[in-house]
Write a protein that binds this ligand. Structure first.
Ligand code: HEM
Length: 513
């Protein structure tokens, strides 16, 4: 028995087995039978309870980001940003706030290997005195799509095929290549940063544009950045394949063991701040999730740091049942018109009510560390005092459940006609930022990008490969040429193939069945 296990036993002795309702269990090995050879008797209530509990142990896994690792930690403010936000979490330099973080892969299921080529989730929960603030980001500053109507399709394309139950390069790349705005994110995922060596060795990004509002009611647009203090470390495809062969839980192991040995991972938090009216002036769409804000225009402003310093005592309790949502905002931190973010504001809590039940906010890891007076009551699995005998309506004559107008957010300016605006017609500047990213890469990094793309495209059909070459070429001819050469395909033929592309020229291809 390890020292930890024996400490745990001393803290919480469980030497006597009881039923869920506290009655002693006389035997845990032998079932109640009529005679030594059976049959079983229905009055063996412990056997019934044990099997019933066992088959209910599994809860639905998250629809995406199912495989992940989590830890508790502390956020410390190191620089004053109160001119931008009134959020209590940033109220003074030196202030510390307890937090919980969960890092994930996206496409794989709960048992997937950690070292897969994929984006990584980077979800942070800050237990502030004015409520929980969740920063549910990724390790990339952009995303594949910019309209939430496409999100379920994106996930279908990257997850398993309905017929073969296998991941499909055809589905994945057919979809990605039909969305030219995805090239920025695809380039990042196929780059040398596409497989972080561990969760400790990657940056995090809020990705969306959010907003800050200060004590004077001024609004600023903001992007969040979290830079790893462990340095960036990545795996090549070959290293990842070898690692997965030995250890499917490499990232979980790395994070857990680092924290156990006291080597607490740290990240520095920065923000980019855009004055509210600049949004109408900048040359790019500032709320487009497929684009970054150039740091030359909006430099990183240091805010603070967080360290992860405590492993959960029980994975299911704290990690599996954790529920992060971009809608968990606090006074001083708001949203932007970004359509993707707007959809996330309702979809996460909806998923969590399904996954964890309507009272999921009472699960310890999700509970705010400040008083909660929501006046929502009852429901399945209510485990607090349920507000006892307090009045259950508002307004009432007893001064209960009073709204707090001093926390009113300043108006969010919106305008425009209601229509199903075409995400492509709105802004077709798909290639400028992937071009800039490609040109920032060293020749070695570009080679890695070409090789990773080829391996990821696998057995996708040629017309899909041609389409990707055309997209890459539109970003930079050297990008198109590099991918074509690595795929062993003719660049000129690829560039001339638009008319043969089933989506743009010739009739649709037959289904691949
Ligand atoms: C998880 C929806 C885009 C980061 C989830 C979950 C849903 C969801 C339903 C599972 C929640 C749960 O069961 O607890 C969506 C929709 C999106 C979107 C509808 C776009 C319209 C994004 C983007 C990011 C992101 C752009 C990052 C910038 C995450 C992370 C998790 C997650 C990190 C895992 C949270 C955890 O660790 O529990 N998403 N998502 N998602 N999503 Fe998204």
């Amino acid at each position: 028995m390890s020292d930890e296990t024996s400490d745990e036993i001393k803290r919480c002795p469980v030497s006597h087995l009881t039923t869920d309702f506290g009655a002693p269990v006389p035997t845990n090995r032998d079932s109640l039978t009529a005679g030594p050879r059976g049959p079983l008797l229905a009055q063996d209530v412990w056997l019934n309870e044990k099997l019933a509990s066992f088959v209910r142990e599994v809860i639905p896994e998250r629809r995406m980001h199912a495989k992940g690792s989590g830890a508790f930690g502390t956020f410390t403010v190191t620089h004053d940003i109160t001119r931008f936000t009134r959020a209590a979490v940033f109220s003074e330099v030196g202030k510390r706030t307890e937090m919980f973080a969960r890092f994930t892969t996206v496409a794989g299921e709960r048992g997937a290997a950690d070292a897969e080529r994929d984006i990584r989730g980077f979800a942070l929960k800050f237990y502030t005195e004015e409520g929980n603030w969740d920063m549910v980001g990724n390790n990339t500053p952009v995303f594949f799509i910019r309209d939430p109507r496409q999100f379920p399709d994106l996930n279908k394309a990257v997850k398993r095929d309905p017929r073969t139950n296998m991941r499909s390069a055809l589905n994945n790349w057919d979809y990605w290549t039909l969305l030219p705005e995805a090239l920025h994110q695809v380039t990042i995922v196929m780059s040398d940063r596409g497989i972080p060596a561990s969760y400790r060795h990657m940056h995090g990004f809020g990705s969306h544009t959010y907003s800050f509002w200060n004590a004077d009611g001024e609004r600023f647009w903001v992007k969040f950045h979290f830079k790893t203090r462990q340095g960036i470390k990545n795996l090549t495809d070959a290293e990842a394949t070898e690692l997965i062969g030995r250890d499917r839980e490499s990232h979980q192991r790395d994070l857990y063991e680092a924290i156990e040995r006291g080597d607490f991972p740290k990240w520095t938090m920065y923000v980019q701040i855009m004055p509210e009216t600049d949004a109408e002036k900048v040359a790019y769409h500032p709320f487009d999730l497929t684009k970054v804000w150039p740091k030359a225009d909006y430099p990183l402003i240091e805010v603070g740091e967080f360290e992860l310093n405590r492993n959960p005592e029980n994975f299911f309790l704290d990690v599996e049942q954790s529920a992060f949502a971009p809608s968990n905002l606090v006074p001083g931190i708001g949203v932007s018109p970004d359509k993707m973010l707007q959809a996330r504001l309702f979809n996460y809590a909806d998923a969590q009510r399904y996954r964890l039940g309507g009272n999921y906010q009472q699960i310890p890891v999700n509970q705010p560390r400040c008083p909660v007076h929501s006046n929502h009551r009852d429901g399945m699995g209510r485990v607090d005092s349920n507000y006892g005998g307090l009045p259950h309506y508002e307004p009432n004559s007893f001064g209960q459940w009073q709204a707090q107008p001093e926390f009113m957010e300043p108006p969010l300016r919106i305008n425009g006609d209601a229509a199903f605006w075409d995400a492509h017609a709105d802004d077709d500047n798909y290639f400028e930022q992937p071009r800039a990213l490609f040109r920032l890469m060293t020749p070695k990094q570009q080679e890695a990008l070409f090789g990773n793309t080829v391996r990821a495209m696998g057995d996708a059909p040629t017309f899909v490969k041609f389409r990707h070459i055309r997209n890459c070429n539109a970003a930079d001819p050297a990008y198109g040429a590099g991918v074509a050469a690595a795929l062993g395909l003719d660049l000129e033929e690829a560039l001339a193939s638009l008319k043969d592309d089933p989506m743009y020229g010739s009739p649709l291809v037959a289904l691949p069945v």
